[in-house]
Every structure is written in C-alpha cells, then in structure tokens.
Write a protein that binds this ligand. Structure first.
Ligand code: FPP
Length: 248
C-alpha cells in the first residue's frame, strides 16, 4: 500500500472530486512529442485517478474533458481529441463495467461529432445501473452557459406562472443545472501549475477546497491524488461559520 494512502483518514473522504486536467500540451513539448501524444498520455492519468477514487470510495469524479472554448483550438487537435475520446471509451468500457463505474456527462454533448456523441450515450446507457464511482465527463462544457441556460429556464417558468419570483432560490437553481443530480464538489484539483477556474462549475464550486499542483496531467499518478486528498483533509471547512461553531 502506498505510504500516502496509509495517511488518509477514511472517515473524511471527499464525496466529489472535480479535476481540471491541464498540461498535456506542455508535457508533450517537454518530452519532444506532438501534442496528440500528450493527450493520449493524459488518458493513462484518467485511468490512475479513476482507480485511486475507487480505492478511496470517492462517489463522484468530474473531469473537465473538453470546454466550449476548446472548440477554438486548431481543427486537427480538436479532431484528434474527439477520436481519442471515442477510442478511449471503447477501450476503457469493460474496465468501467468490471469496477461498477457509472458514466455521466455534463455540457452540450449535442455539439460533439456524431460518433463521439453516440459513444458517450452508449457508455452512459450501459453503465446506468452501476452503483460504484460516478465518473462525469464535462464535454463541450461552459459554466457561464450552464448558468445562463438555467436562468432562461427559470424565467420561462415564472412567465408561464408555474412559479413565483419569490420561489427562486439556490435549490431551484441547482435543479436547473446540468449537475442537478450531483452534489457540489468538495475538492477541485488543477494540474500544471495554473491557478484558474477557467469557466468550470462556477456555481457548484462555491465552497469547494482548491488544490493546485505543478504536476503536468500526463504525469499525474494515484499518489498525486492521495496527496491532494491529504491536503483537503487538513483544511477546516467553515462554510462561513466560525472555527468554534464548526468544532461543536
Ligand atoms: C488540457 O491540456 C487537456 C485537454 C484539453 C484534454 C483532456 C482530455 C483527455 C485527457 C482525454 C480523456 C478522455 C477520455 C474519454 C478518457 P492542454 O492541452 O490545455 O495542455 P497545455 O495547457 O499544456 O497546452
């Protein structure tokens, strides 16, 4: 067993971990490869974190896989990423089934090329009765767009007299987001040394603990996840209260 794993308090495991998988391109450049190889190596890191979350009993893992802004990358890179996702899901699906992993997606999946959209829909459907880790892929995802879509939908409910303005609260907003059935992340990890949220889960991260590491995503191993969880377990989550109130 890893030394770091031994130091984890099993009674304080984050229920939901969200990850901004950053640094594939820089990893490729550093090692003299094309960016595509960086993304391909990133899939290995996905496997590592899925297994590590499984080891710990984490219930939800959300991966920022493709943002709406990523559509602006060179066409070749976008196509490579789409093909890589199709290929990876094909290869990983039997492992996900064996490990009882349930796949979910958030974002505008309708924007994905047909093959990719179908592959994710198929993985969601095949794994829908699995009861282990919920593995959520954020695809063509923009948090601002998610919030605006929710606001429009709530506005329509008011205009149609289904609800009153006074009924609008945080719980209602939660129900209109892509993440309606998913608890807010307890821990956000971003790799590669960047310290930004980049339009990811802006509403849902309100009280999440943030962990930034300089490790580039393809180098991210189980122990890096365990180190992030240990860091998380040392934080005092006060949710606006005082330290004394929390300790009661
Ligand atoms: C960010 O690194 C990474 C991405 C935009 C893609 C991440 C996607 C995967 C690893 C594929 C996983 C898919 C499945 C289905 C398992 P970057 O390119 O922004 O790196 P840079 O900032 O160093 O250029």
């Amino acid at each position: 067993m890893s030394d770091l794993l031994k130091n984890i308090n099993k009674d304080k495991i984050p229920q939901h971990i969200a990850v901004v998988m950053d640094g594939n391109g820089r990893w490729a450049k550093k090692n003299g490869y094309l960016r595509a190889i960086g993304h391909k190596s990133g899939v290995k890191a996905v496997r590592e974190v899925v297994q590590a979350c499984d080891d710990l009993g984490v219930k939800y893992l959300t991966l920022y896989t493709f943002s709406t802004e990523n559509w602006n990358r060179p066409k070749l890179e976008v196509n490579t990423l789409m093909e890589l996702m199709v290929d990876s899901l094909t290869k990983e699906l039997s492992g996900f089934m064996k490990n009882n992993v349930r796949i979910l997606t958030i974002g505008d999946t309708d924007d994905l090329p047909n093959r990719c959209k179908k592959k994710f829909a198929d993985a969601v459907s095949k794994t829908k009765t699995n009861t282990g880790l919920n593995l959520i892929f954020a695809l063509s995802y923009s948090s601002r767009k998610e919030i605006l879509t929710a606001v429009k939908s709530i506005t329509n409910s008011v205009l149609n007299n289904e609800i009153k303005t006074e009924d609008i609260n945080s719980e209602l907003m939660d129900k209109h987001l892509y993440t309606a059935a998913i608890p807010d992340p307890d821990l956000l990890i971003r790799t590669s040394g960047e310290q930004r949220i980049s339009n990811f889960l802006l509403w849902q991260l309100a009280y999440s603990e943030l962990h930034f590491t300089s490790v580039l995503w393809p180098d991210f191993k189980k122990d890096d996840l365990f180190a992030a969880v240990i860091d998380y377990q040392q934080r005092e989550r006060r949710f606006g209260k005082t330290s004394e109130q929390i300790k009661k």
